[in-house]
Design a protein around this ligand. Structure first.
Ligand code: BGC
Ligand code: BGC
Length: 635
């Protein structure tokens, strides 16, 4: 054999070999393989460090490319208000997410990370996104189709920033408005909460058939959802946030659990454990409810995520025995831990517990299987990077039109005219002079509430785009009608001026979580004074901006017309649309309106039910014009 011939054979062999290794695709990389096969293949290739990394979710502020690579981090989140910078554009969000994704993809097995965020009333951490009414207002609409469309728009805006995962819907059944998160709940009535699980259809897409608890996410414009906070978050004693829910089985399984059953039937991808306890057992350590019931009996196949430092709070004080917290939560069935900062401590702690056989490898494998299942279902292996062609979807006009419609349908007319007097609403567009007044009349931050731009919400009009109620009134009335705005006018102002009527917009100031807990549920000053001063001297409609029913009985006699507008979000135009009769009032209370806080908790169906306005109450008006609702959405 000539030397030339030998080298030719060697060369041919080398080329052949190279082409085999290049073209060789692992089973897990092959989109044509069934998901369960891909998971098994990938899991078989992973070492303990890689598995534990998948179970770890860290906050974006400490998610460097280095951290992603060295610790094989499986997931990153934005906490409330955690943006890459103030006023970041959708492109800047996407750059940030894609950058972290590149780091994840560069690891040995190239497992993509999943990025999560609280898109709980639209994509609310992002400047200029469409902000929908909080759930307390959506419950009023009792409109599953509308809520599904809201889910669809939210998913699109979330994907338009490169993000794949929304911590929504909140399925709390708020049984006591003293709870600071009551506005995150659709209703005190579990059937309304169940009906509105259609948000999941919008977020994730509708599964092609019964998928038996398997996660489902339909393509690049949909996101993985998260039913939270499992379970009983809305039933804590005296409405104290993160507290104990003391319940018998019929209350637990008849009131707080049903919406989870619906969401599993809708193939929800993830479920978040609640900070609260059920009958004294912390939900983050509740094996019976997380593993036996949710995963076993209900057949949930996605992953269970902890809440923010939720495992720390298993002990009192929080984080006082972190090793125990890791052991108790993972053993109970939590699959992904929202750490969010001390990730090295978590990772080392979990690895140690596995090495010492305190936590069996089978539990780790189950957790990772579930996490990978969601990632495969979300298409992350096929399209890990955000699509820049979507960036203009954020806050688009069509999306705002949908939010405006939601606002119209979420208003509840509680009073319309004093006894013996004609009705005040709808208001005339052509008139002499209107006073618009109150702390909430020209404050976009206030009308959006908590979980908007910042975790606790913001005050003022410089944070994001939208229409305040004042601006909306000005746009709605006839050119000849004079609109005067005074936030907090003096007592004699109405007498000095020739007013036809006043629109008084007052309410609660933004809050989130524990900071919203309230034992008195009063409207903060100067709200009550503005009502008294103005309504005493002129005809007035009071528009209440609040996350829940508040104390109103003492002022009710003085008020001519009263509207509960909840936390309407960015599209204040929806309020003016209905006040001035372009559309009628249709909303019905999805919560009981109490007279006094000493009646609480008081829910529809209670034996001693004596509300100011009962559940289901809501006056109606007829539209005065022929305006039709023209939201054109193809979702
Ligand atoms: C974060 C929120 C989180 C909260 C929990 C805040 O600092 O921004 O996302 O829910 O802490 O306590
Ligand atoms: C809240 C969750 C939220 C998480 C992440 C927690 O404080 O309870 O509802 O999803 O923070 O921001």
């Amino acid at each position: 054999m000539s030397r030339k011939y030998v080298s030719l054979v060697v060369l041919m062999f080398l080329c052949f070999h190279a082409s085999i290794t290049e073209g060789q695709q692992a089973i897990y990389e092959d989109p044509n393989q069934p998901i369960e096969r891909r998971i098994k293949d990938l899991l078989g290739k992973m070492n303990l460090e890689e598995k534990v990394g998948q179970m770890t979710q860290i906050e974006r502020t400490n998610a460097t490319a280095d951290a992603m690579k060295s610790y094989f981090i499986g997931s990153v989140l934005s906490g409330g208000g955690s943006a890459p910078k103030v006023n970041a554009t959708p492109k800047e969000w996407m750059d940030m997410v894609n950058g972290l994704q590149q780091a994840a993809l560069s690891t040995r097995l190239g497992i993509p990370m999943i990025y999560g965020i609280d898109a709980v009333h639209g994509h609310n951490n992002v400047a200029n996104a469409t902000i929908f009414p909080h759930n307390v207002g959506l419950g009023v609409t009792r409109d599953p189709q509308l809520v599904m469309q809201i889910g669809g728009v939210t998913a699109l805006e979330v994907r338009a920033t490169g993000i794949h995962y929304a911590f929504a819907p909140c399925l709390a059944v708020c049984r006591d408005p003293r709870w600071g998160r009551c506005y995150e709940s659709y209703s005190e009535d579990h059937t309304i909460v169940q009906q509105l699980t259609t948000l999941i259809d919008g977020l994730q897409g509708i599964p092609p058939g019964d998928m038996k608890g398997m996660p489902y996410v339909h393509g690049k414009t949909k996101v993985a959802g998260c039913s939270k906070h499992y379970v009983g978050d809305g039933g804590t004693v005296n409405g104290i946030n993160e507290n104990n829910t003391i319940v018998d089985d019929s209350t637990l399984y008849g009131i707080h659990m049903p919406a989870y059953v619906n969401s599993i039937a809708k193939s929800i991808a993830t479920v978040m454990a609640s900070y609260s306890s059920v009958n004294g057992v912390k939900m983050h350590a509740n094996k019976q409810l997380l593993t036996d019931h949710l995963k076993g009996k209900l057949g949930f196949q996605g992953f269970v995520i902890s809440d923010w430092q939720g495992i720390d709070r298993i002990t009192s004080p929080p984080h006082s025995n972190y090793t125990y917290s890791i052991q108790a939560s993972v053993t109970a069935g939590v699959d992904m831990i929202m750490v969010p900062y001390e990730y090295k401590e978590f990772i080392n702690g979990l690895i140690d517990l596995v090495k010492k056989n305190v936590i069996p490898m089978s539990r780790i494998d189950d957790a990772v299987t579930r996490i990978l299942r969601v990632k495969f279902a979300t298409g992350l292996f096929e399209y890990p990077l955000g699509d820049y062609s979507l960036v203009n979807e954020v806050g688009s006009q069509t999306h705002r039109e949908l939010a405006r419609r939601a606002v119209r349908k979420s208003l509840v007319l509680l009073k319309n005219g004093k006894p013996g007097n004609p009705t005040l609403l709808p208001l005339p567009k052509i008139t002499g002079k209107i006073l618009v007044t109150g702390t909430h009349a020209n404050n976009l931050g206030y009308q959006c509430g908590g979980w908007t731009i910042e975790w606790q919400g913001v005050s003022g009009n410089n944070w994001t785009a939208g229409t305040t109620i004042l601006e909306a009134v000005k746009k709605t009335v006839d050119k000849k009608t004079k609109v005067v705005y005074k936030m907090n006018p003096s007592k004699d102002y109405p007498e000095k001026t020739n007013l036809d009527f006043a629109i008084v917009v007052v309410g609660e100031v933004p809050y989130a979580e524990t900071r919203g807990d309230s034992t008195n549920l009063t409207i903060p000053d100067p709200g009550p004074h503005i009502i008294e001063n103005i309504c005493k001297n002129t005809k007035c409609v009071v528009v209440l901006i609040s996350g829940r029913p508040v104390v109103i009985e003492p002022y009710l006699d003085k008020i001519d017309a009263l509207v509960a507008a909840w936390l309407p979000g960015s599209e204040g135009q929806g309020v003016a649309d209905v006040l001035f009769g372009d559309f009628g009032f249709t909303g019905k209370l999805a919560r009981t309106w109490f007279k006094r806080v000493d009646q609480l908790p008081m829910n529809v169906g209670d034996p001693s039910y004596d509300p100011l306005f009962p559940f289901g109450f809501g006056l109606e008006t007829q539209p005065t014009s022929q305006t039709t609702d023209t939201v054109k959405l193809e979702l």
